[in-house]
Ligand binder design. Structure first.
Ligand SMILES: [Zn+2]
Length: 70
């Protein structure tokens, strides 16, 4: 059964705001499921938000890098 995840943000004025999001919704930057909300909201995955490649992307990048050195 489809279930929305919930996340609570603390606003600048200290108030809390809970949002519901779909963990399988694609990230607007990398197109993969967001899994968790980032500080930028539920439309951008935490990896894109922090500028870090996702673990699976980092592995592919390092393999390409090693292949180039041969
Ligand atoms: Zn992303």
């Amino acid at each position: 059964m489809f279930k929305m995840k919930k996340a609570t943000y603390t606003m600048l004025d200290g108030s809390k705001r809970t949002i519901e999001y779909d963990e399988n919704a694609p990230c607007i930057l990398c197109g993969k499921p967001v899994i968790e909300v980032s500080m930028a909201g539920p439309t951008i995955c935490p990896w894109c938000d922090s500028g870090c490649p996702r673990p699976e992307v980092a592995i592919i990048m390092s393999q390409k890098f090693l292949a180039r050195r041969k």
